[in-house]
Design a protein around this ligand. Structure first.
Ligand code: ADE
Length: 252
């Protein structure tokens, strides 16, 4: 089995890249694809850059050029559910493109991808349940040794909560609590907001490929998000992504 692993930003997958035995690097369409072994499995690792188009292009290359069997996307997100704190983990069971709206045209509902007839992508349930187990295992057994106490203290992280729920993606960095509120009213069981997951879900859905999207909460998508997000991705994100991905990749 060949696993395609994607993060949007280099910082989010830095420790995964360092954990990998890289046999070959291929540059395609301005991205570097690292081919090799990670935690005993064959993988292609890449950072996609931000946004839905970047994610869609990268996943397409993973599927069409590298023939990956499954796609794993990991990184950070802005929390939308008010119960979530920085450091909590979301495993997407549904994904929506929150900036898609053809509803002024007859016959289309808000968020529906016109002519595809899908508005909400439902992630494969066996991937979601293994994803949740992997995150739970990481948090309960090794997060405290993997992430330094000073980082945990700095972000006020005690024991992260792990949830499954809806992830909303759009080509916007959201730093506006009123926008978060309106999205939570419109999107059922919305947990977090980011910029790539639902694009990955669409491409995988169109190709019939299994996928999993993990997100660690880096900020609350509110007026402090522009401060919290860069701090979290520099200092903490890649510890979490490596830990969760290690357990997922080992078990799949
Ligand atoms: N990724 C992490 N935080 C985010 C935010 N507030 N908006 C969009 N994407 C994000």
């Amino acid at each position: 089995m060949l696993i395609g692993i994607i993060g949007a930003m280099e910082q989010e997958i830095k420790l995964l890249a360092e954990s990998m035995l890289i046999n070959e690097t291929k540059t395609i369409a301005m991205r570097e694809y690292y081919i090799g072994k990670l935690f005993g499995k064959d993988v292609v690792l890449v950072f996609a850059k931000c946004g839905k188009v970047a994610a869609g292009s990268t996943v397409t290359t993973l599927i069409e050029t590298f023939n990956v069997d499954i796609v794993l996307f990991t990184g950070v997100a802005g929390g939308a559910d008010k119960n979530l704190k920085i450091g909590d983990i979301v495993v997407a069971d549904k994904l929506v493109q929150h900036d898609m709206d053809a509803s002024p045209l007859p016959g289309f509902s808000k968020f529906e991808i016109p002519l595809l007839g899908v508005g909400t992508f439902v992630a494969p349930s066996h991937m979601v349940s293994l994803g949740k187990k992997s995150a739970e295992f990481y948090v309960s057994s090794c997060m405290n040794t993997d992430v330094s106490q000073s980082i945990l203290k700095e972000f006020n992280i005690c024991t992260p909560t792990i949830v499954t729920g809806t992830v909303a993606s759009g080509d916007q960095f959201v730093a506006d609590s009123s926008k978060v509120l309106s999205l939570t009213r419109e999107i059922e069981n919305l947990k977090c907001i980011e910029m790539e997951g639902a694009a990955v879900a669409q491409v995988c859905y169109e190709h019939g490929i299994d996928y999993i999207i993990f997100r660690v909460i880096s900020d609350k998508a509110d007026e402090h998000a522009n401060i919290n997000f860069p701090k979290f991705i520099e200092e903490a994100a890649s510890h979490f992504t490596r830990g969760i991905v290690e357990h997922f990749v080992s078990e799949i």
